[in-house]
Design a protein around this ligand. Structure first.
Ligand SMILES: NC(=O)C1=CN([C@@H]2O[C@H](COP(=O)(O)OP(=O)(O)OC[C@H]3O[C@@H](n4cnc5c(N)ncnc54)[C@H](OP(=O)(O)O)[C@@H]3O)[C@@H](O)[C@H]2O)C=CC1
Ligand SMILES: C[C@H]1O[C@H](OP(=O)(O)OP(=O)(O)OC[C@H]2O[C@@H](n3cnc4c(=O)[nH]c(N)nc43)[C@H](O)[C@@H]2O)[C@@H](O)[C@@H](O)C1=O
Length: 336
């Protein structure tokens, strides 16, 4: 509820009359619908019978452009918004381009929230944060309450701080304007995505690509970054998409919600799995000139699980499906 003062232009369409899943003909703006997570959400919404999901590629609508975003919202007047667009990349990507990571992600968040407020039709909005928002020394598994208990990992702040701002912006819109703005904070995700993997991808697509190329070239060894001892919790994008739909339907709180499978592996175990899935028979060598990043980042996802969410995709099965998908692609760079 608004805490004080009448906002000049706000008209938050939150009459509480129907749940998300009972409103399948309503217009849903799915920002980032061609991305890895956005396309998984798109598949899920389509399978559930949503008939009016609207998406725009970056070429069609650059969300960093305030005027274009306003115009789009005023024309489309969506009832629901899922904000899965953003500048995203693996460990090295954000430290290599800190200005773009900060500027683009901050602009996308402020533009979409402002336009959603001003168009007056949005009943609910979900923003995607990330586990990278947590302090580098957070307790494990990391509860939602660890947010802002300390600084994020060095090198990760360019990506993490705009995400922290996003969480706080959603809380501000809720507190002052009554907007039902909610936030999901997933851990490392993987799944099919176009365009295809590059050296700046997250670890899973990067390793599939590297092992596949080494196999095709008959290379005797493959280098993997870091010590291999670092732990990560991987969640398939399809499972994360289920969590997002559940949150859209059942959650209306100010606090963000962790989304993690609960299954941790070391990067060494991951690399071995990828090697087996790809069928590469050479050696794995550890290139410690590359950073490990945080050594551990396991989420406490009990809040999400209490809503009935249960991740279904086992890592090895998810890796096999992803490799099949990538091999079936027509992109020559992947086919090596
Ligand atoms: N991948 C992960 O491990 C995790 C992701 N997240 C969050 O989930 C969300 C989705 O991530 P993911 O699916 O992996 O990312 P992807 O990079 O796969 O997808 C992001 C999408 O956003 C679009 N986009 C980027 N910039 C703009 C822009 N200026 N205007 C319009 N569209 C834009 C991209 O379009 P285009 O390709 O045309 O640029 C792309 O479709 C992000 O907010 C990310 O921070 C959170 C935790 C973990
Ligand atoms: C949830 C959060 O996840 C991201 O953080 P990250 O966990 O560091 O992501 P990553 O996939 O790049 O690395 C995972 C681990 O894997 C190791 N590693 C080995 N070899 C390669 C390799 O070849 N490439 C990459 N990228 N990593 C490698 C690497 O050293 C690291 O220890 C954020 O960027 C952000 O996107 C986000 O939201």
């Amino acid at each position: 509820m608004p805490s004080h003062g009448a906002p000049q232009h706000a008209a938050i369409a939150n009459d509480g009359s129907s749940s998300f899943l009972a409103d399948k003909s309503a217009k849903v703006f799915l920002a980032g619908h061609k991305g890895m997570l956005g396309s998984a959400v798109h598949r899920r919404l389509t399978a559930l019978g949503f008939t009016n999901v609207v998406g725009r590629t970056r070429a069609e609508l650059d969300l960093t452009c305030e005027a274009a975003v306003r115009k789009f919202f005023d024309a489309e007047r969506p009832r629901y918004v899922i904000l899965a667009a953003g500048k995203v990349g693996g460990l090295h990507a954000s430290s290599a381009a800190p200005v773009d990571f900060m500027t683009e992600n901050l602009r996308i968040t402020t533009n979409v929230l402002a336009a959603a407020r001003l168009c007056g039709t949005v009943r609910k909005l979900l923003f995607l944060a990330t586990s990278a928002v947590y302090p580098v020394d957070a307790p494990q598994p990391i509860p939602e309450s660890a947010l802002l208990a300390g600084p994020p990992a060095p090198g990760n702040e360019w990506y993490a701080i705009p995400k922290i701002v996003g969480i706080k912006m959603c809380q501000a819109y809720r507190a002052e304007l009554g907007m039902d703005a909610i936030v999901a904070a997933p851990n490392n995700l993987y799944g099919p995505r176009e365009p295809f993997p590059s050296e700046s991808s997250h670890v899973i697509p990067a390793l599939i690509r590297r092992f596949h190329r080494a196999k095709a070239a008959g290379a005797p060894e493959v280098a993997v970054w870091g010590s291999g001892l670092q732990l990560r919790e991987f969640t398939h994008a399809d499972d994360a998409a289920d969590a997002i739909v559940l949150l859209m339907d059942r959650y209306s709180g100010a606090e963000h919600v962790n989304v993690g499978s609960g299954r941790e592996v070391t990067v060494r175990e991951l690399a071995e799995m990828v090697r087996e899935v790809v069928g590469y028979e050479g050696r794995v060598v550890w290139d410690t000139s590359w950073p490990d990043g945080v050594m551990r980042r396991l989420l406490d996802s009990s809040k999400m699980r209490a809503m009935g969410w249960e991740p279904k995709v086992e890592l090895r099965d998810g890796l096999k499906k992803l490799y099949e998908y990538l091999r079936g692609s027509v992109v020559t760079s992947f086919k090596a």
